[in-house]
Design a protein around this ligand. Structure first.
Ligand SMILES: [Zn+2]
Length: 170
């Protein structure tokens, strides 16, 4: 059985025709939990092996979650929804990376094993905003009050002059 802490083995995944749909608590994903204001909720994920007509084997990773982050303006919690869908081509040798069509995202396995959890966390972290901020309308931060411009009192003589001009203009 494939587990999140298990290393990604593409040959194995191919044999199994991997199509793995499950969910995991955010609190079980330490790197993601560290970015969250509170590690609540779950990440729904889907790993799938795809073999296209180009005979390239791809690992599809989908992740869906609502992560509670901290608004960097008012410092209050704010929910951030993520919904990612990435298809990765496993790369075992650097030479392979050089010939990969730039349209594809590589899954770099040249530096050693990657676990499903590593990959899922990477995908989620990439989808989160660097600086989470509420919409200005919903943010609780006290924005600086607009500076009040004192109303310029109309000069009564100018008003009279205007009336006079009106009369003469007709
Ligand atoms: Zn805010």
């Amino acid at each position: 059985m494939t587990t999140l802490s298990g290393e990604i083995d593409i040959k194995d995944a191919l044999k199994l025709a991997l199509d793995w749909h499950d969910h995991v608590p955010v609190s079980d994903l330490p790197r993601l939990a560290a970015r969250a204001f509170e590690p609540s909720g779950e990440v729904e994920f889907h790993f799938e092996i795809l073999k296209g007509i180009d005979s390239l084997v791809k690992l599809s990773v989908k992740a869906k979650a609502t992560i509670i982050m901290q608004c960097q303006r008012c410092l209050q919690p704010m929910p951030v929804s993520i919904d990612t869908n990435t298809q990765l081509v496993p790369i075992y040798k650097e030479a392979q990376a050089k010939t990969l069509d730039p349209a594809y995202d590589p899954l770099d396995l040249t530096l050693g094993p990657v676990t499903y959890q590593d990959l899922l966390e990477d995908e989620c972290l990439l989808a989160l905003p660097q600086v989470p901020l509420h919409d200005p309308d919903t943010c609780q931060a006290k924005l600086p009050e607009p500076v009040e411009v004192p109303e310029v009192k109309k000069n009564p003589f100018m008003v009279l002059k205007g009336l006079k001009d009106d009369k003469t203009g007709k």
